[in-house]
Design a protein around this ligand. Sequence first.
Ligand code: PEP
Ligand code: MG
Length: 864
Amino acid sequence: MNPVHQVQSVQSAAGDIALVSPLTGRVVPLAEVPDPVFSEGLFGDGVAVDPVVGRLVAPCDGIVMHLARTGHAVTLQTAEGAQVLVHIGIDTLELHGKGFHPKVAQGAQVRRGDLLIAFDLDVIANEAPSLVSVVAIANSDAFEVVARTQADNVEAGVSPLLVLRLREGAEPPAGDTSPVETEARKNVTLTHAGGLHARPAARAREAARGFDARVEVRFGERKAAIESVVGLLALGAGEGATVELVGIGHDAQKAVDAAANELTREAPGEGGEVPARRLSPVPRAAVAAAPQTAAANAPSHTLSGVCASPGIAVGTFVRWHDAAVTPPELASGSPASESGALDKAIAAVDAELNGDVRAASQRGAIGEAGIFTMHRVLLEDPTLIDDVRHLIGLGKSAGYALHEAIRAQIAVLGKVDDPLLADRAADLRDIEKRVLRALGYANTAARALPEETVLAADEFTPSDLAALERKRVTALVMAHSGATSHAAIIARQAGIAALVAIGDGLRAIPEGTQVIVDADEGRLSWAPTPADIERARAERQRLARVREADRHASQQRVTTRDGRSIEVAANIATLEDAHAAVENGADAVGLLRTELMFIHRKTAPTVEEHRESYQAIVKALAGRTAIIRTLDVGADKEVDYLTLPPEPNPALGLRGIRLAQVRPDLLDDQLRGLVAVRPEGAVRIMLPMVTDSGEVVRVRERIDTISRELGRSAPVEVGVMIEVPSAALLADQIAEHADFLSLGTNDLTQYTLAMDRGRPDLATQADGLHPAVLRLIAATVQGAEKHGKWVGVCGALAGDLVAVPLLVGLGVTELSVDPGAVPAVKARLRTLDWKFCHERAQEALALESAQAVRAASRGNWPLE
Ligand code: PEP
Ligand code: MG
């Protein structure tokens, strides 16, 4: 049928509303609009046009119900009550009106074909991600699209586009055509640790950004615009506080809902990280993030502090003088030139931070990457920048204006009694340091540090640590700061011992003194006796020797004392990790988290980019196999190139293989890249978040088809992650269609115990050694054995030395751990007797708590 006739034939029904195209150009189906907010129908059903002429005309008679302040979108209401939104381009709100010339006013009565907005195609094409413009029915709950054009091209005001009809049973909407500045309000209780701290604030700002509405956050008497992260922090809304979100504008409700959603969820890595207890192979590191104070009876030349990163260190005490620079108060040039200098400096710092984000994510240091991303948000905070410009306007120099504006913001934060906010003041000081440096004020000469340095400061900022020669630093000690500070997170990721909140006593230690830091014990000893130093060095060396010996033996494959062979593989996310895996003696790669390879990209990877990345890793592995997991995006793993719609409960929403089913194009591109890697046997594919065998069968078919298309000769091995309780319970069915199973104990624990894996306050309870999780592991192994398939573990539990004997005792034959943990896990396995492990593991299944399981395991297999 001729597509246009299709529209016209349906049009004949009484009461139908025929819309002509408001734009001239190529027709684009809604699903292909490059913005999920539209393509997933959040704005209602409709169609899009890629315009070739800069004129938007009325698609029907009606009243201009809403005209965006920025002129990039307009909504008409027809006499029947249908609301037709036309949105020019993607992300064009960001152009702040540039290139848009509205020709009507809000409230005007218009006729089909009247010019509503003229727009400059070149400006928008240059500055926005896409010109594709959406025509959507804003009240799709009341009106349905009963026909749409299937013509390739349409002409504004002439070509039929859509036919709308009142839905059956729907009441004709009340004829309220008053121009709307809708208001929406919502109370939100901040349940997560730290309340309204920087990263939820930054995420809420991002979430509300895409909508046509102004959102304000109110807490008691105070209020702040959602664009100002500093303003939001200064509200001082702590854990348990209830804030009110007030939105005004066309999309008020959506903006408020999206922001509320971000304020009530906590992503991993925020406010501290999962304690290293589960992650570190070194027994002394048993308690990392948990704050500890020193024993009360510490000797007098000992200062106590809070452990922010575990370890023991001896070194020369060096104070990190980053002498505060005070820029001159008065500007030497005009306000315009100072303002220009400020813009340049901000752009330079933004580029520098962007580089730090990339470098950190390439190292797989996602927490650190998040910190620098947050600094980029602070750097463009409108409240802060407005204050700086105001001072520049009064004749102050750019540096002085920045210094003063930041001082004022810190003073506001200081009034709020919240240690987390005190840590955020450090972030602001860090931004100041960077911008002053870019303005040419600070001395950037690199410090020459002694070989073994214990570096001290009131507090370190992330940029200090980014510039540091980390190899020479054995420990960081801070007078202030907290275990949740960003410096603490970076120290943990870099494996440097760190003590915080030592107090002003730190100033009394003379530069150049020998000191001992025992971070686990929360102790800094200065002027120690030679015997103390010797003991500390001996302990540090003992730990280093153990590590070295383990490393030495780690290139050999492992069997238990009674001859059961266990593969120890590595979990990796980058090419650098692949090299680390080989150096540390990993037998294979048990999990490549591919989503982390592409996390900061603006567009989804192409087939060729997939292939190239995996091929490089296969080459680095020099003959070892790699289990490559298909993209596990969603929940805690966000990627820049996919703006997922806000979900009230993202951990239970679209993620892993579920997302791949909705976006088969993403999965297909990845599978094509994977199947093309050579040699053919080097790669196994693994599917995340599977819940039953049907999902496996469907993806397997797809892999087979692609393999055939690409002329592959050998079949690809396909494994399944068991990380959802249903998958563990149905392991026998899944194993029938899979070549192997791998237990993702991080998620399996989260979903079995209903405890968010990202919440630091639940970290000690969300323990994978809970008997309920152990029973699911046992069920998985039994299910797999029915079909002769092997089972591995790639969650963090695999690297937990207390868990290792139990996991192998339950029948697991592969453990995939962080590259650095491979030597210690192999060393542990060599000491075990499998039969004994098997018997004790059966007993563990009958215990009543994770603590009981841990205690029993420590009793059966003491750690050194
Ligand atoms: C897991 O859930 O245990 C796992 C290995 O996957 P991820 O941590 O990437 O979710
Ligand atoms: Mg997982």
